[in-house]
Design a protein around this ligand. Structure first.
Ligand SMILES: [Cu+2]
Length: 166
């Protein structure tokens, strides 16, 4: 068996393993190779992260944002987000009353202004590599949100989902 056959990717594999270990500490079962597995596993695992916050398991890819729950009660919330795509993505928890996918896009930058009227990027995971999982914890207040990626062209291509907090 060739253990180190593909050296260039060696470091990434180690990082993935470390990330999975961190995820397990948060009582998330496993490191998903497929978003459907992530969603399936989440239904039988805890709805609460180790710190007591509400757990939302999500994934980003070209060109979707998926989450295992799209409505929850206000309070401390942890998003565990896997990049299931082949390129970098970001994850923005955005408070807005715009309908899902309807935030106006600048035709030149192919992004929306994160300082625009009626748009509040509450917290974000900056763009990160494929096959990696990141977590984000924040205190959600009631309102309408979108979980989205605002890298050039990505929002317009479909990387958004509506999310509401009561
Ligand atoms: Cu993206």
């Amino acid at each position: 068996m060739r253990v180190d056959s593909d050296r260039p990717r060696g470091n990434m594999k180690v990082l993935v393993r470390v990330t999975c270990a961190a995820a397990l500490v948060m009582s998330f079962a496993g490191c998903a190779e497929d978003p459907n597995d992530t969603l399936g596993a989440s239904s039988s695992s805890s709805d609460t992260a180790a710190d007591g916050s509400t757990l939302v398991v999500a994934s980003v890819r070209e060109w979707k944002v998926i989450a295992n729950r799209l409505a929850l009660s206000a309070g401390p919330t942890t998003f565990l987000v896997s990049n299931m795509g082949t390129i970098k993505h970001e994850f923005l928890v955005t408070k807005t009353n715009y309908a899902d996918g309807q935030i106006p896009i600048d035709s030149k930058t192919k992004r929306f202004s994160e300082e625009g009227k009626g748009i509040e990027v509450v917290k974000e995971i900056s763009e990160w590599d494929p096959k990696m999982t990141q977590s984000l914890t924040l205190n959600l207040v009631p309102g309408n949100y979108q979980l989205l990626c605002n890298i050039e062209g990505h929002y317009g291509n479909g990387m958004h989902t509506a999310f509401s907090v009561k």
